[in-house]
Ligand binder design. Structure first.
Ligand SMILES: Cc1cc2nc3c(=O)[nH]c(=O)nc-3n(C[C@H](O)[C@H](O)[C@H](O)COP(=O)(O)O)c2cc1C
Length: 269
């Protein structure tokens, strides 16, 4: 409850930052979290976390950000990753853990869409064999920034019961899942489009992707990683068993997915 209320619900994107440096102590706290506590979706995929403080905006502005507009921030976090099946969901999941850690540390952040990953890597002068997977601008929110919270889909719109498109019996299913499901409905997504839904059953939840012409393949996969992390983090704070997402298909029941809806992953409860 506390983690959902204080961290997940309180986070919102920031597009105007104070002119205040992000100190080494804060960067070290983020790095320690990444190295010691971070959970991931696919263990075998190797990632690297790098911070860029100060002068990289000039280089980044041509390759990341909506409509070629990169948010100016005192610092940028970049996740580099080996390229393998599910590497973008995995990187999105890891970067969301770090984004929520930033919220805990009093920082604000804004994810940046990557328009050209190779160009971004060149602009950063990154010496690594891994690919750029996520870019997040961060720093301290400008006290005069009165950016409003983005309106989100209701829990009702976000969840189905047992099969796709079937009304959910909220009294039966929400119960202890409610905060975890709200964390999914509250997650950030490319242009706040939230093109996904959750099918809740007695023993598992399933994440499915909805068709959306505006969201690119890369941003769609990053979105999925973000919502999977939000659910994991809130449930983990509520109860001792760690929920684990799996990309294995569902073979023991019919989810009744329409042809344009894609299965993403399931999480046993
Ligand atoms: C994959 C991804 C890419 C995004 N790219 C940008 C971007 O380039 N510029 C921007 O201002 N916001 C970007 N955002 C932030 C979303 O617009 C924001 O999360 C959404 O509007 C919901 O608002 P909230 O984060 O305050 O909940 C991105 C978010 C995601 C998940």
């Amino acid at each position: 409850m506390e983690y959902y209320e204080q961290i997940v619900k309180n986070r919102n994107s920031c597009r105007a930052f104070a002119d205040k440096k992000v100190g080494d102590d804060v960067l070290n706290a983020l790095l320690t979290y990444y190295e010691d506590d971070e959970s991931d979706l696919v263990d075998e995929i190797k990632t690297e976390l790098k911070f860029y403080v100060g002068t990289v905006w000039e280089g980044l502005k041509d390759c990341v950000g909506y409509n070629g507009f990169c948010i100016k921030a005192p610092a940028y976090m970049v996740i580099f990753s080996d390229v393998a099946d599910h590497y973008l969901e995995n990187a999105g999941y890891i970067a969301q853990g770090l984004t929520l850690k930033m919220t805990e540390l009093g920082l604000a952040a804004c994810w940046q869409t990557i328009n050209d990953a190779d160009e971004t890597k060149r602009a950063l002068g990154a010496e690594t064999d891994k690919a750029v997977a996520c870019v997040v601008a961060f720093g301290y929110r400008d006290p005069d920034n009165d950016e409003k919270k983005a309106p989100k889909k209701s829990l009702d719109e976000m969840t189905d019961g047992i099969k796709y498109g079937q009304d959910i019996d909220t009294a039966l299913f929400y119960n202890e899942l409610e905060d975890g499901l709200r964390a999914i409905a509250h997650a950030q997504s490319f242009q706040n489009r939230q093109p996904y839904r959750i099918i809740v059953d007695y023993d598992q939840i399933v994440l499915v992707g909805l068709p959306d012409d505006l969201t690119t393949e890369a941003d769609r996969l990053l979105n999925y990683g973000i919502v999977m992390f939000n659910f994991y983090a809130v449930m983990w704070a509520i109860r001792p068993e760690t929920p684990k997402w799996s990309f294995e298909p569902v073979t023991d029941r019919d989810l009744c997915l329409p042809p344009d809806v894609t299965y993403v992953a399931k999480c046993k409860l």
